[in-house]
Design a protein around this ligand. Structure first.
Ligand code: PTJ
Length: 255
């Protein structure tokens, strides 16, 4: 039996996010390892003060511009992302015209279908990368993540990859694609190799990203291109690291 978390509990939001993942595990969307991955994310979230930082805003803004400038953007969905942001994934896809593709590190057909059903129940119409649709391959990548949909990641110019495991980002970049990652760990290989890494909790990122896409839709291509050109991923990651070192969350008597 689950105890209900009082709304005024100082860690209510964080505990609520954990429950979404546990529910996702019970529903067959998330793997057990996904809970551990979330724990690593929580640590970094704590260190950045559990809020969207100015450097994350800059990365989200640039990601919005890049998604609008892409001719074939794809949102790659794994178990944790599906459990944490189900409806928001569909809203993001509608806002920027990106297709949705399931791509799992710990692959199983059963979980792939569970994620597809979950997203369809929430309103998705065409979820790529399920079953026989995984017929294309990302070159020079080991593991199940290399199998992708020929209508999706295989031909995408930009791939949005929250909570990524590293190798695939590098392989996608080698293929000449742009990669937008969301990773609370600014030191991860994904963060370093992505075109744009947003160092923030994916739960906070997606609503802001959707809002920014809607705001930037009226801008001309020239100003979007110069926003993208001005962005320096490594400099942005260093801003997050600086914040962590200087104490994004200050020690106070209330901790
Ligand atoms: O569903 P599957 O099979 O595709 O598996 C998904 C996981 C996440 C288990 C798999 O991709 C994995 O093992 O990932 P890693 O290598 O642990 O990397 C996950 C990264 O996401 C870590 O750097 C975490 O810090 C980060 N992270 C975890 N939770 C969040 C997060 N970043 C943003 N928001 C979060 N909520």
């Amino acid at each position: 039996m689950r105890i209900s978390i009082p709304k005024n509990h100082p860690r209510a939001v964080s505990l609520g996010i954990r429950e979404m993942l546990v529910d996702g595990l019970k529903a067959g969307l998330v793997v057990e390892e996904g809970l551990i991955a979330h724990g690593r994310g929580e640590t970094f979230d704590y260190l950045i003060g559990e809020k969207t930082t100015p450097s994350a805003i800059m990365a989200i803004n640039t990601a919005a511009a890049l998604l609008l400038m892409s001719s074939h953007p794809i949102i790659s969905v794994n178990g944790n992302f599906a459990a944490l942001c189900g409806k928001e994934i569909i809203n993001l896809s509608r806002a920027c015209g990106a297709l949705i593709e399931v791509n799992l590190f710990y692959h199983s057909v059963r979980r792939e279908r569970a994620i597809q059903n979950h997203l369809e129940k929430l309103g998705a119409t065409d979820v790529l990368g399920v079953g026989r649709d995984r017929s294309a391959k990302i070159p020079n990548l080991n593991g199940e993540r290399k199998r992708v949909d020929p209508r999706g990641i295989a031909v995408a110019d930009t791939v949005f990859v929250p909570l990524e495991d590293g190798d695939r980002t590098e392989a996608l970049i080698r293929m000449g694609k742009k990669v937008i990652a969301v990773d609370l760990n600014p030191l991860s290989r994904t963060a370093v190799h992505a075109t744009i890494c947003i160092v923030d909790n994916v739960v906070r990122v997606i609503p802001i990203l959707i809002q920014m896409i809607l705001e930037l839709k009226g801008k001309n291509r020239h100003s979007l291109t110069s926003m993208i050109r001005r962005f320096d991923n490594l400099r942005n990651l260093n801003e997050s690291l600086k914040l962590i070192r200087l104490g994004g969350s200050e020690i106070s008597a209330t901790v």
